[in-house]
Each structure stands twice: as C-alpha cells, then as structure tokens.
Ligand binder design. Structure first.
Ligand SMILES: Nc1ncnc2c1ncn2[C@@H]1O[C@H](COP(=O)(O)OP(=O)(O)OP(=O)(O)O)[C@@H](O)[C@H]1O
Length: 300
C-alpha cells in the first residue's frame, strides 16, 4: 500500500538528510508504528506519503502510484484516500462537532443527503453521539481527538496517518484513542502512526519501524518500543515519576481521564456492541476508485 524505495529527503542544501536511503514496504491493512527520537524523520515520512513534500532521492509509491511522477492535479485525489490525525487535533474552533466532520465531506463535493446520513453514523461510531452541537472548546482532549479521527475516517480512506495522536492525552484517554485506531484498522484501513508513546507501542505489539537520524535502524513485527534487550529489564513493576519510591507499575499511571473521555469510550463500545457499522466506503469517486484499482493491481 505504501512503498518507500531508497528514499532520501534533504530540506536545505548542505543540511543533514531528514531521511536517508529509506526503504519500507507497508502492506494493505497493516498497522505500523513509526518510532524514533525527535528529529529522526517520522513526520517527514508521513508528509512524503501525503505528497506534502517530495523526496530528493528514491521513489514513494502509494496504492501502486509513483508519487514522484504524480501530476499536481491528481494530488487532491491521492489525499482523499488518506486520512490524517495530528497531536494538536486541528479542529475548526468556530464550527460544531457535526460541522467539523461534515466539512471534510463538503470540500470534496459529497451531496448533502450523503453528509446528513454519514456524519451521525461516524460520530456514533467514535462514541460522540449526542455531542454534535458542541464546539471544540466544550470538549475534553480525548473527545476532540475523537472528532479529528471521525473527520479523518468519515470518507473511509484506504490509509490513515497519525502523527503523535496521543501526544496531548493522559494514558487512559490514549488507550481509548488507540482502541479506536485499532477498530479503524480492523475495517481494512492501513494505519501508520508516528509516536513517542512507549506504553502504547508495548501494549499494541504491532510492527515497529524505528528511525534514527533519517535511517531505518529497526523494522520488526509484533514489536515493542525499544529494542528487546532495552525493554527486558523493565518486565515487572516499574517505578514511575508520579509516585516516587512507590513502585507503581508503569501502566497504572494515575492521571484521571476526563469524564467526557470515559463516556465517549463507553459510547463507542456500546456502538460496537450494537454492531453499528462505520460509514460505508464510497466508491463513486474516480480517484478513490483509481486508488483501489491500483491496490488490486498491486496485489495481483
Ligand atoms: N520544513 C523543514 N525545513 C527544514 N528542515 C526540516 C523541515 N521539516 C523537518 N526538518 C528537519 O528534518 C529532520 C527530521 O524532522 P521530522 O520533523 O521529520 O522529525 P520527527 O521524527 O518527526 O521529529 P518529532 O518527533 O520532533 O516530530 C529534523 O532535523 C528537522 O529539523
């Protein structure tokens, strides 16, 4: 679904490459964590997939398309097949929850009747049923991220990219967000998530691609955040800073999630239990169709 072939990215002449000869192949439907120190190139990787940046060397393929050769008028179509979630949510502050999600469909010209049925469906699916009229400042951080995820997912993208989606959230709320991303992945959407959140990575045990100063230094399935030899001594209760000297297990950090986050989590679980489906994948769009066609060709 996403293929980097010997990709390099140098932003400014003479600067060290942000990515240096990176080759990574992400299969359709995979969930991949991108980890690495600040400045290691994670966001650059995601920006290349979105064609917000172009590589200075090598090739980037998305759904079988060579992005280095994609003509500019095809870029919006590419992006329609990719949802993006950020650490700082990036919601429109003056629009309601409903309007924030609806806007994503309006800008790509979806008909009004489609928007009227799809937006409530996706809001229920992410656990925000009943919050349609709130504005972002009337929501907790976890709820705002759920709106951002609903907006990214409402058009049923083939790929969801997430750049530190739990970076502003407490551990319990982060777990709820990860369950949501996991559910999205289970619908067949390929998920690539850049993160510094070692607890989340260690709990999920998915593929981990680790970058260091622009190089891939590890690419491992069912992996943990650090290398295994670094993580092994931590097995068992680990003292954490919020309880000095008490030896609280790392997963039990006691930051209280906001009530809204708990309610959203419960509502999303109830929606899942009722078998509420995510909004149907649209196939009436030429570019989206082209993307799925390309992926079928790729698989063949
Ligand atoms: N637009 C830009 N212009 C110039 N240099 C940039 C630009 N964006 C990123 N860089 C540089 O490229 C390198 C990789 O940055 P990038 O943002 O991809 O790292 P990152 O792993 O996502 O970091 P973080 O975890 O802090 O978000 C860094 O040295 C950074 O300073």
């Amino acid at each position: 679904m996403i293929r980097f072939e010997n990709v390099s990215k140098v932003y400014a002449r003479g600067a060290r490459p942000a990515l240096d000869d990176v080759s990574v192949d992400v299969e359709r439907g995979e969930f991949v964590f991108l980890v690495g120190a600040s400045g290691s190139g994670k966001s650059t990787f995601l920006r290349l997939v979105l064609r917000e940046e172009r590589p200075t060397g090598g090739r980037v393929y998305v759904a079988g398309r060579d992005l280095t050769r994609l003509s500019p008028w095809r870029v919006p179509g590419l992006r329609r097949g990719i949802g993006m979630v950020f650490q700082d949510f990036r919601l429109l502050p003056n629009k309601t929850v409903y309007e924030n999600v609806a806007f994503a469909l309006q800008v790509i010209g979806r008909p009004r009747h489609h928007i009227r049925t799809t937006v409530p469906e996706v809001l229920e699916w992410v656990g925000l049923d009943g919050k349609e009229k709130r504005r972002p400042h009337e929501l907790s951080g976890g709820e705002q991220q759920r709106v951002a995820i609903a907006r990214a997912f409402v058009n049923r993208p083939k790929i969801l990219l997430a750049d530190e989606p739990t970076g502003n959230l407490d551990p319990t709320t982060s777990q709820g967000i990860m369950r949501l991303l996991d559910r999205i992945n289970r619908t067949g959407t390929t998920v690539v998530m850049a993160t510094h959140d070692d607890e989340i990575v260690n709990e999920m045990r998915r593929r981990v691609v680790e970058l260091s100063t622009g190089h891939v230094v590890r690419d491992e399935k069912d992996a943990v955040y650090g290398r295994r030899e670094e993580i092994l001594p931590q097995v068992g209760p680990v003292a954490v800073l919020d309880a000095p000297g008490r030896g609280v297990p790392a997963r039990r950090i006691s930051v209280r999630p906001e009530p809204g986050d708990v309610a959203a989590e419960r509502a999303a679980d109830q929606a899942a239990a009722r078998g509420v489906d995510p909004p149907p994948a649209e196939t009436d769009d030429e570019e989206v169709r082209a993307m799925s066609g390309a992926s079928r060709a790729e698989e063949a």
